[in-house]
Ligand binder design. Structure first.
Ligand SMILES: C=CC1=C(C)c2cc3[nH]c(cc4nc(cc5[nH]c(cc1n2)c(C)c5CCC(=O)O)C(CCC(=O)O)=C4C)c(C)c3C=C
Ligand SMILES: [Fe+2]
Length: 419
C-alpha cells in the first residue's frame, strides 16, 4: 500500500483509483494560513480551510505520489527534452530543484519564499496536489546513463489503429501534476516550468480534468466524456498482488535496474473520442460496446457496479449478454494472461475542430510494474477487435520510468543520477 498520507479525508469526493491512506490530521494549513490577509478572521485569526483545500498528499514516501492517490479534478501532463549541453550533473540539479518545488507546493508552501511566488495559489491549501516525475527513453543517452536504461522503455509496438503525432509523444522527462483546485494545479505547472531554467525545453503539454470532489451526493467512480462510469474494475491496494502488478520490487529482478526499486512505469496515451459518432448510438448500443450499463456501471449480466461480470450468461435466444467484442470483456486480466494495470486517466477538451467536432477524449494514464505485462498485451487485444475502437483514435503516446519516492532530504531519481 502506498505510504502517502492525505491529511484530512474528504467526506464527499471523486472516488479515485484506490482508497485513501489516512494519517495525521491538521498539517495542511500551509500557504493559505501564512497568507492570512484574505482568509483570516476579523480578529486576525486564521480561518480554517475547507476540507478540500486542506487535503495534503505527502511528497516523501516509498512510492511517488500521484500513482495510488485518488485521481484529482485537474491535471496537467508536461514533457521536456534536455537542452544541448545538459548532462548528468545538470540533470541531477534539475531533479533536485523540481523535487524541492514539489515538496513545498504539496505542503501548501510558497515556492522560493513569498516574495518570489507568483501568488496564483495564494489563499488555497494544497488541495491534494501531487507532482510526479518520470524519465523517458531519450534521457539516458543524453546523460551518459545508457546502461541504466530499463528495457521497459523500449519503444512500444505499433498498433494498427495508432494515429500518433510524434511532436506530442514521448520526451526525455515527464511531469504529471494533479490537484483538486485548478489554480493550485496551474501554479505547480508554472513553478515546474520556471525551475527548468536552461536545462530542458518544453516538448508537449496537455491539460485534463475529472469530476470535482463534492459534485455527487456520495463518493462515486468518475465518468468519462462518453458518459460511462470509468475506473470500476481497477486493481485495489488491498489486492494480494497489487504491489507486484503496479510497482517494481524493492530488489528488482534482472529486467529492472536497481534504481527503479519502488518505481512504476507510466504509459500515457492521448485518446481522442469520436463523440459525434458515439452520441448517435442508442444507449443499448453504447452499453453493448462496453459490456456495462451506462446508468450505474453495472455489468450487463446484472447486479451493481461492483458485481462480477458473468461472461458465460446468454439471452433466451442463446446470444452472449456481454458481446464477444465488448471492451470490458476483452480488457480483463483473465482474457490477457493476467495482464493488469492501474488506470488513472484525466478527460481532456481542447476546443473544436474547423468542422465543429470536439477535440476531446481521455488522457489515458496507466501504471504497471512492466508494460509488457500490463498495457502492451491488453492494447494488442483491443487493437484486434474492441467494439470501442470505432469511436476512439490514439493520437499521442509515451512510456516513462517513474522511480520510487524520495526520502526526506533526497530528490526523485537520486539513485539513478548519483548511483
Ligand atoms: C490498453 C488498455 C486500455 C485502453 C487503451 C483503454 C481505453 C479506454 N477505456 C475506456 C472505457 C472503459 N474501460 C473500462 C474498463 C477497462 N479498460 C481497460 C483497459 C484499457 N482501456 C481495462 C484493463 C479495463 C478493466 C477490465 C476489467 O478488468 O474489468 C470500462 C469499464 C469500467 C471499468 O472497469 O473501468 C470503461 C467504461 C475508454 C473510453 C477508453 C478510451 C478512450
Ligand atoms: Fe478501458
Amino acid at each position: 500500500m502506498a505510504d502517502h498520507t492525505i491529511s484530512r479525508r474528504r467526506l464527499l469526493g471523486t472516488a479515485g483509483a484506490t482508497g485513501l491512506a489516512l494519517g495525521a490530521a491538521g498539517g495542511a494549513a500551509g500557504y493559505a494560513a501564512a497568507s492570512s490577509g484574505s482568509s483570516g478572521g476579523s480578529d486576525g485569526s486564521r480561518a480554517p480551510l475547507t476540507s478540500l483545500g486542506s487535503d495534503e498528499v505527502m511528497f516523501h514516501g516509498k512510492h511517488q505520489p500521484g500513482i495510488t492517490t485518488p485521481v484529482q479534478s485537474c491535471g496537467h501532463l508536461v514533457a521536456f527534452d534536455l537542452a544541448p549541453g545538459t548532462g548528468r550533473k545538470e540533470a541531477a540539479a534539475l531533479l533536485r530543484r523540481w523535487s524541492e518545488v514539489a515538496r513545498r507546493l504539496m505542503a501548501g508552501e510558497p515556492v522560493g519564499g513569498e516574495d518570489r511566488d507568483t501568488d496564483v495559489a495564494r489563499d488555497a491549501g494544497p488541495s491534494s496536489l501531487t507532482v510526479t516525475f518520470g524519465f523517458g527513453h531519450g534521457f539516458f543517452g543524453r546523460t551518459g546513463l545508457e546502461k541504466q536504461r530499463p528495457a521497459a522503455l523500449d519503444p512500444l509496438p505499433e498498433f494498427s489503429s495508432d494515429r500518433l503525432d510524434k511532436a506530442r509523444s514521448n520526451g526525455d522527462l515527464w511531469v504529471q501534476i494533479g490537484a483538486n483546485d485548478a489554480l493550485v494545479a496551474f501554479h505547480a505547472l508554472r513553478a515546474v516550468q520556471r525551475e527548468t531554467g536552461a536545462a530542458a525545453r518544453l516538448r508537449w503539454q496537455m491539460n485534463g480534468f475529472n469530476r470535482a470532489p463534492g459534485a455527487t451526493a456520495r463518493p462515486m467512480t468518475t465518468r468519462n466524456l462518453m458518459g460511462q462510469v470509468d475506473g470500476t474494475n481497477n486493481p485495489k491496494p488491498s489486492d494480494d498482488d497489487f504491489n507486484r502488478r503496479i510497482f517494481v520490487p524493492d530488489k528488482p529482478a534482472d529486467a529492472d535496474p536497481a534504481w527503479m526499486a519502488g518505481g512504476s512505469y507510466a504509459v500515457v496515451r492521448r485518446i481522442r473520442m469520436l463523440l459525434d459518432d458515439w452520441e448517435k448510438l442508442s444507449t443499448k448500443a453504447q452499453e453493448d460496446v462496453i459490456g456495462r450499463r451506462k446508468a450505474d456501471g453495472a455489468p450487463l449480466t446484472g447486479g451493481t457496479e461492483t458485481t462480477e461480470m458473468d461472461l458465460e450468461k446468454t439471452t433466451e435466444g442463446g446470444d452472449l449478454v456481454v458481446p464477444l467484442n465488448a471492451h470490458a470483456r476483452i480488457s480483463r486480466p483473465d482474457q490477457n494472461g493476467g495482464a493488469a494495470m492501474l488506470r488513472r486517466p484525466f478527460s481532456y477538451h481542447d476546443g473544436f475542430t474547423a468542422k465543429g467536432e470536439p477535440d476531446a477524449g481521455l488522457l489515458f494514464i496507466c501504471w504497471q510494474a512492466d508494460p509488457l505485462r500490463g498495457f502492451v498485451p491488453v492494447q494488442r487485444k483491443l487493437d484486434r477487435g474492441d467494439a470501442l475502437s470505432a469511436f476512439v483514435r490514439h493520437e499521442a503516446s509515451g512510456v516513462f520510468a517513474v522511480p520510487g519516492g524520495a526520502g526526506p532530504g533526497e530528490y526523485v531519481g537520486q539513485a539513478l543520477l548519483e548511483g
